[in-house]
Design a protein around this ligand. Structure first.
Ligand code: FA5
Length: 330
């Protein structure tokens, strides 16, 4: 019985059976008193020998069981150090993050600071302070996504951060504000209803349109290569005067026209000189200070950079697309 015990539980049960209070052995021990002195002595000695033998058998079995148990544990935990390691699947930065970091990096190297603003904005920062009148189409439900509380909306452009910065910091101001913006758009290959912009703002004494042009030229050359030229076409934004759309000469065909650009130029951003009314809205004296601002579309830059023809792939989360950027970026 002892030899057959295959676990510490069954060994304990065997011990109770052979040596426990109800065992034949205990009954013999209890009956010793009824024998005469000679027999009691003889029987007592025999009983002690038997108990010692049983105890020794139990101890031996316990030792064997413990050894087997340990061998089983060791076997289970055995490591074959000669097997090849399992590779961890590395993630990668999203292409939009890579491009945004690169764009912000160019400006911080020129001395700009990074600012951030909330994605849920009020009408003052998103429209009114930016000189966008109440009847402007951008302010309607047709173009903007309102959160139904106290005229809050998902910001339609990072320009709102211009206001938040100028309201809280006296000039000189040199900031870039990267972030997500939202518009009620019918998404197509070049328009998302959620997309990203990098806003820039410089306000100081004596800033001119030439500073804006030089800064954007520098930016385009850092981003797309030293041979790039920029083209500025007049455009209207209520918060700048004068305002312009800025395109960069195509890095592939250098302005001749090709499949990447169409007509030789790639439209990247809106820009202009900060409107005096906007400075006044932020209690900055337009007689003393001037400034420029710009807003660059991150998806558009990423499309050009990676030869992507439909910006919706940036948001689909398809790993086959995303893993091509493994190892790129910071
Ligand atoms: C603006 O949003 C202005 N706030 C830019 C600006 C800032 C002008 C400061 C003057 C001074 P616009 O709507 O054109 O302008 O957008 C700016 C850039 O964002 C565009 O050049 C384009 O690159 C990108 N963009 C605009 N709409 C979309 C869209 N639906 N999907 C993806 N990118 C877009």
């Amino acid at each position: 019985m002892i030899a057959k015990a295959d676990s510490s539980g069954s060994l304990e049960a065997a011990k109770v059976t052979v040596l426990g209070r109800k065992s034949p052995f205990s009954r013999v021990q209890r009956s010793l008193g009824s024998f005469g002195p000679e027999d009691r002595k003889r029987l007592g000695m025999a009983a002690n020998e038997l108990r010692d033998a049983l105890q020794a058998a139990l101890d031996e079995r316990r030792r064997v069981l413990a050894e087997t148990e340990e061998a089983r544990l060791l076997e289970g935990e055995r490591i074959d150090v000669t097997l090849p390691g399992r590779r961890l699947r590395m993630g990668s930065l999203h292409p939009l993050t890579i491009v945004e970091d690169e764009m912000v990096g160019i400006f911080t190297r020129m001395g700009y600071r990074v600012e951030e603003g909330p994605e849920i904005e009020d009408e003052w920062h998103n429209f009114e302070a930016l000189n966008i009148p109440p009847d402007h189409p951008a302010r309607t439900l047709k173009d903007s996504l309102y959160v139904d509380v106290d005229a809050l909306l998902l910001r339609t452009e990072t320009s709102a951060v211009q206001i938040r910065t100028m309201e809280t910091q006296p000039p000189p101001v040199y900031i870039v504000a990267p972030g997500r913006v939202y518009r009620r758009e019918n998404p197509d290959a070049t328009h998302g209803s959620v997309f990203h912009q990098v806003e820039g703002l410089a306000v100081d004494e004596g800033i001119s349109f030439a500073d804006l042009k030089g800064t954007l030229e520098m930016f385009a050359r850092e981003l797309f290569g030293p041979g790039r030229r920029i083209r500025m076409n007049p455009d209207y934004f209520p918060f700048v005067e004068p305002g312009c759309q800025v395109a960069v000469s195509c890095f592939k065909c250098d302005g001749a026209g090709c499949a990447v650009c169409g007509n030789g130029w790639i439209e990247l951003l809106g820009a202009g000189m900060v409107h005096p009314t906007v400075l006044e809205n932020c209690r900055i004296d337009p007689e003393r200070y001037t400034g420029f601002a710009f807003g660059i579309g991150v998806e558009r830059v990423a499309m050009v950079r990676y030869g992507v023809t439909d910006l919706r792939v940036f948001f689909e989360g398809d790993v086959r697309f995303l893993q091509q950027f493994q190892g790129a970026g910071a």
